[in-house]
Design a protein around this ligand. Structure first.
Ligand code: AMP
Ligand code: GLY
Length: 438
């Protein structure tokens, strides 16, 4: 098959890497791709939002299957557009992708079908939002309605922070049109979990769980980013809680979208908070997570292309999806200044050394003008993935590889997966106490 992948991030590098292993692949293209994807696929300079350009290229090259990575083209209806041109596509149509594109739509759907999520209200008027805010306890969470590259959510711990967040979204419009509507919601406490599922309407096949690290600095300090690192599995989370999340959240949401006449075909990604009152939904995404994909797909033993085709053809129920017992940890190397503004074009060294015992997925990289070295071209630059028998081993390998990579101003978190190690230690300590009491 000839396959075209749309996107340019670490997630698309991981998807391309996994699809490239399928014996059914004859030729891979990526639009527009990046410096790392170029080693696996022919990168073509067509932007993700250029639907006409993508359709024309796919028809010219007789592409059999198009796989969409990022949220923006999905929310804008790329799947509807390409399907109308007679192409086979992996990803939800526009009306189903709205579950990510509009937080207000998502919250109303969950309320209607009584799917667990934080209590909330939505506002289009700044005055009304402010008046409501003053009646609510702290901390409180303020969200721009639309897409904002993972940065449109502010967890406010003081009234001043909350009011400043509201003003930046609704008055100074820090996120543009995404901030015309605002969602104000209850603060949920607990561990976060990313639960991604292949969904073809009603059939749901959940992937292995993972955990992201959104704040830029260690110990979850600093502003939120698109994600600074991930790990999978979550050995410290009771599998019964994961089962509960599937039963009370993921499956009911897939069913609700069918009921609403918006059947979802693609990857449905639930961002969950595991509260003392059970799992609750923080957000839904309509695509693979970034950087969750970088730790999930290396643990997939089945052929990814087969699964994606089964989703697109509505026969996911026939798929047998197998996962490895191993662990994976991804550490993101970011540009100086990220998640604020950052420079581009800094030369990166050491990637090949790191690749000796780790996977290096490129996010914001480009080939330097010399056509050989790789340079920074984005905020999140590389995702370095260590694999091992357990989280501790995978983490050691990831950080050993990170130490070999250099570029000016590079920064990363040094505590990725620390929560898993602390959680395992706590479980072992509790078991030791129990054993000594017997
Ligand atoms: P989102 O972009 O919706 O995933 O939100 C970004 C991050 O903000 C999440 O990963 C959480 O860490 C945090 N967050 C969002 N909503 C809530 C909430 N209701 N309670 C606590 N934390 C939240
Ligand atoms: N890592 C979170 C996301 O992809 O939205």
């Amino acid at each position: 098959m000839k396959v075209l992948i749309v996107g340019r991030g670490g997630r698309e590098h991981a998807i391309t890497w996994a699809i490239a292993q399928s014996p059914r692949v004859e030729k891979l293209y990526c639009a527009p791709g990046n410096g790392g994807i170029a080693a696996l696929a022919e990168c073509v300079p067509i932007e993700e939002m250029d639907f006409a350009g993508i359709a024309a290229f796919a028809k010219e090259k007789s592409i059999d299957f198009v796989v969409i990575g990022p949220d923006d083209p999905l929310a804008a209806g790329i799947v509807d557009h390409l399907e109308a041109e007679g192409l086979k596509v992996f990803g939800p149509r526009k009306n189903a992708a709205e579950i990510e594109g509009s937080k207000a739509f998502m919250k109303e759907l969950l309320r209607k079908y009584q799917i667990p999520t934080a209590a909330y209200e939505t506002f289009t008027s700044h005055d009304e939002a402010l008046a409501y805010l003053k009646t609510r306890p702290l901390p409180i969470v303020i969200k721009a309605d639309g897409l904002a590259a993972g940065k449109g959510v502010i967890v406010a711990h003081t009234a001043e922070e909350a009011e400043a967040a509201l003003a930046s979204i609704m008055v100074t419009k820090a996120f543009g049109a995404s901030g015309e509507k605002v969602v104000i919601e209850e603060f949920l406490e607990g561990q976060e979990m990313s639960l991604l599922a292949f969904v073809d309407g009603r059939t749901v096949r959940v992937m292995e769980p993972s955990q992201d690290h959104k704040p830029v600095f260690d110990e979850d300090k600093g502003p939120n980013t698109g994600g600074m690192g991930t790990y999978s599995p979550l050995p410290h989370i009771d599998p019964a809680i994961i089962e509960e999340a599937i039963r009370t959240i993921v499956q009911p949401t897939a069913d609700a979208l069918v009921e609403e006449g918006r059947p979802f075909q693609g990857v449905l990604f639930a961002g969950l908070m595991l509260t003392s009152d059970g799992p609750k939904t923080i957000e839904f995404n309509a695509r693979f997570g970034d950087p969750e994909t970088q730790v999930i797909l290396p643990r997939l033993e089945s052929d990814l292309l087969d699964i994606l085709l089964a989703v697109a053809e509505g026969r996911l129920d026939e798929s047998d999806i197998r996962w490895s017992d191993s662990a994976a940890v991804c550490v993101i190397l970011a540009s100086e200044g990220y998640p604020g503004s950052y420079p581009k074009g800094r030369t990166i060294t050491g990637i090949e050394d790191a690749e000796w015992d780790a996977l290096v997925f490129h996010a914001g990289t480009a080939l330097a003008p010399d056509g050989e070295s790789v340079a920074t071209a984005g905020g999140r630059v590389l995702g370095v993935v260590g694999r091992g028998a357990d989280i501790a081993e995978a983490r050691d390998r990831a950080y050993a590889a990170v130490a070999r990579i250099r570029f000016e101003g590079a920064h990363h978190r040094s505590d990725i997966a620390a929560k898993a190690l602390a959680g395992i230690a706590a479980i072992e300590a509790a078991e030791a106490v129990e054993a000594s009491e017997e």
